[in-house]
Design a protein around this ligand. Structure first.
Ligand code: MN
Length: 253
């Protein structure tokens, strides 16, 4: 996939976790995200939202979870202006299907993809389940993506299923902000390890992931960089790329 910039920039953000930890706090964050989208829209060649957009999301045959109308309508408005928007599913919203694609023309990627921008190659994805470690998550992902488990969940009434799922989501790292999360793990940064291993086989100029909830800029070999996008519960970080320079920033608006 090739993105012409035409003097504009690519914008990346992840881990909004809309819905967490409660409606009131999520509403405040949702407004902040909308202000951020407004602030970058004029300058955006495309906006990539790299997973865990929602703290919980499930698309039933005829039903989607309530809420998030301000965010979704802002996204709709930007799409109407012709701005390409790409969604990635994360471990919290891995049951996104084709709702946003059909309604708004937003592709939803479940795995990292490679994009080409002005001759540079960028690997971008949520980052869950990649690299060594993260074992309890990898096990859970097997359960959650198991077709039988998914099928059974689908047959629960949404009022029951979504209530259970929200309670479960409430145990997640983002709502508890465990100590390990905010501490740089050095050689144990598993996504960094993943980038270094992949770089041996295939060169990418940039590796951009979410999931870790810690904004990072780390060298991968000599000419490649791994960025982690951080999160929006406490940090409000995003990345912009102008074809030459990638820069992590904090949204202060
Ligand atoms: Mn997350």
């Amino acid at each position: 996939m090739d993105f012409p910039l035409n003097g504009k920039k690519l914008y990346f953000a992840s881990d909004f976790h809309l819905g967490a930890p409660n409606d009131a706090e999520s509403k405040v964050r949702e407004k902040r995200i909308i202000r951020w989208l407004d602030s970058v829209a004029d300058d955006a060649a495309a906006i990539l939202i790299v997973g865990d957009i929602f703290d919980f999301w499930f698309e039933y045959g005829q039903v989607i979870p309530k809420g998030f109308i301000p965010f979704i309508s802002k996204i709709h408005q930007l799409r109407d202006r012709g701005i390409p928007i790409l969604f990635f599913s994360g471990n919290h919203d891995l049951w996104m299907k084709d709702y946003f694609t059909i309604e708004l023309g937003i592709p939803v990627y479940t795995h990292p993809i490679e994009i080409k921008v002005e001759g540079k190659s960028i690997l971008v994805g949520h980052g869950d389940g990649l690299g060594p470690g993260d074992n309890s998550y990898k096990f859970l992902k097997k359960v959650f993506t198991n077709p039988i488990a998914k099928g059974l969940f689908r047959w629960l009434h949404p009022d029951i299923g979504i209530t259970i799922a929200k309670a479960w989501s409430g145990h997640s790292r983002i709502t508890n902000m465990e100590k390990d999360e905010s501490r740089f793990l050095g050689d144990d940064e598993w996504l960094w390890t993943y980038c270094k291993e992949l770089e041996q086989k295939k060169h990418h100029d940039l590796y951009i992931f979410g999931h870790r909830h810690l904004p990072l800029e780390l060298e991968v070999g000599g000419s490649s960089t791994y960025f982690n996008l951080g999160e929006w519960v406490t940090q409000n970080t995003f990345l912009s790329f102008d074809g030459n320079n990638a820069k992590l920033s904090t949204f202060e608006g």
